[in-house]
Design a protein around this ligand. Structure first.
Ligand code: TRP
Length: 320
């Protein structure tokens, strides 16, 4: 079978090093092997908040991040939810294939509801995983590189594909999730790396901002630096970060620092990150907003063309 890769991000702010090592680096490898779509999931922004915020700005920044890390629009179709209305048309029959109790059981949705600051939970919160099935199935995606939190959504997609095929005849492949193998980066305060928690190094951060963030990172007072994830998670995380940037093992870096203490560790990590981000920052600065707009216009048109084909096939299979 010919594989097609589809993955995506919500445009809620700049991407950071956690995204880079967790998924962006992998995409750069995959783009040479498979036809690939990258979705800017703009409609999904309003699942856990009332307003889309600075949506255009965030989309532009996200695309600049993609270009900066080497995602190549000549190889990859980059597009937005809101530019492909056929996705919404696929949502409707797809919703008929899942039960309300299945929608309520989704652990990622439950977690997002628990962390949301919204006063009321919207219907979109429960149905967006089915919209995500349309995101994946419109191009007959077979490989979905995602983090662990997205596995329930890939399961929904498989369920939708299976049930559609059972009821209406073989139209969709059952896609597989692809999980990264890299160690998970934590934020600089030991929590989940997230822009809104102020503990993440954005790909677009300047050298000084990077240095300031690492200076503030939590460590401990033991002079001898060792890689011990259970007893010294914050120190281990800085070692992991430096290791990923340098392409070396964290243990090796710990040995090099020896009894230099937290300050030597932070100095090394700062240099490693800044060195690593230098070419990414440089590429980011080489692209203009005009170029970004053109890339999106072309990507949206290509995605839409693909979606129209699938929707036609769906309507025909269903007898509409
Ligand atoms: N839900 C994903 C996130 O929050 C974004 C996303 C939307 C996605 N549609 C997708 C990811 C399809 C993979 C495939 O990051």
């Amino acid at each position: 079978m010919n594989d097609v890769v589809l993955t995506g991000d919500r445009p809620t702010g700049s991407l950071h090093l956690g995204h880079y090592f967790g998924s962006l680096a992998n995409r750069v490898t995959l783009q040479d092997k498979f036809p690939m779509y990258v979705l800017i999931a703009d409609y999904q922004v309003i699942t856990d908040r009332d307003l889309p915020g600075a949506i255009q700005r965030n989309i532009t920044e996200l695309l600049l991040d993609y270009l900066a890390v080497g995602i190549d629009p000549a190889k990859v179709t980059i597009f937005q939810h809101s530019a492909v209305p056929e996705l919404n048309q696929l949502l409707l029959p797809f919703l008929s294939l899942v039960s309300v109790s299945e929608l309520h059981r989704n652990p990622t949705v439950k977690d997002e509801i628990a962390h949301s600051s919204q006063r009321a939970v919207s219907g979109l919160m429960f149905t967006y995983p089915v919209h995500q099935a349309a995101d994946i199935l419109f191009c007959k995606g077979t490989l979905v590189p995602v983090g662990k939190d997205q596995l329930p959504h890939v399961e929904v997609t498989r369920l939708v594909a299976r049930r559609f095929n059972e009821r209406y005849g073989e139209v969709f492949p059952e896609p597989e999730a692809m999980m990264g193998e890299r160690p998970l980066l934590q934020g600089l305060d030991g929590g989940k790396m997230s822009k809104s928690r102020g503990n993440a190094i954005a790909l677009s951060a300047t050298e000084d901002e990077t240095a300031a963030l690492i200076r503030k990172a939590r460590t401990d007072s033991e002079r001898l630096i060792t890689f011990d994830e259970t007893r010294r998670p914050e120190v281990a995380n800085l070692l992991t970060l430096a290791g990923l940037c340098l392409g070396r093992s964290p243990q090796d870096i710990a040995e090099e620092i020896g009894d230099g203490g937290a300050s030597a560790l932070k100095r090394l990590a700062t240099e490693a990150v800044n060195e690593f981000l230098r070419p990414i920052r440089k590429r980011r600065a080489e692209h203009t907003e005009e170029e970004v707009r053109q890339i999106l216009t072309a990507g949206n048109a290509a995605a839409r063309e693909r979606a129209i084909m699938t929707l036609d096939e769906v309507r025909a299979a269903m007898g509409f």
